[in-house]
Design a protein around this ligand. Structure first.
Ligand SMILES: [Cu+2]
Length: 106
C-alpha cells in the first residue's frame, strides 16, 4: 500500500500541466487591448489553467456555455480549472463583458 501511494505521488504531478494567465491591470477599462494575458492559449488535455487577478478591481472567468465560472475573483486571488476535454473554450468577465479570452485544448 505504501509503495502504491509513493508511485501515485510520483506519477500524478508529472501528468498535470499548468498554465498561468494574468488578469491584467486596467482590465475594467474597455479601451484596454489586453485583458487576459496570454490569450488565446493552446494547452494539452489535463492542463490546469490558473488565472490570477493582478488588477485592482474584481473580475470573473466565465465560460460562455457555463462550462466553468470563477465567480468573483478579488485582486491578488486566483481561480483554477482543469481542462480534460478537447475543444475551444471562450470565456469572459461577467462584470466587464468586453473582457474576452480563449483556451484551446488539444
Ligand atoms: Cu472584469
Amino acid at each position: 500500500m505504501k509503495i502504491l501511494l509513493i508511485l501515485l505521488a510520483l506519477i500524478i504531478p508529472a501528468n498535470v500541466f499548468a498554465e498561468q494567465i494574468a488578469i491584467v491591470p486596467g482590465s475594467a477599462n474597455p479601451t484596454t487591448t489586453v485583458f487576459y494575458s496570454p490569450s488565446p492559449v493552446n494547452v494539452t488535455i489535463g492542463t490546469v489553467v490558473n488565472w490570477t487577478n493582478i488588477d485592482t478591481t474584481i473580475h470573473t472567468v466565465t465560460n460562455q456555455t457555463l462550462g466553468f465560472d470563477s465567480n468573483i475573483i478579488f485582486p491578488q486571488k486566483s481561480f483554477t480549472h482543469l481542462f480534460n476535454q478537447t475543444g475551444s473554450y471562450d470565456y469572459y468577465c461577467t462584470l466587464h463583458p468586453f473582457m474576452k479570452g480563449q483556451i484551446n485544448v488539444q
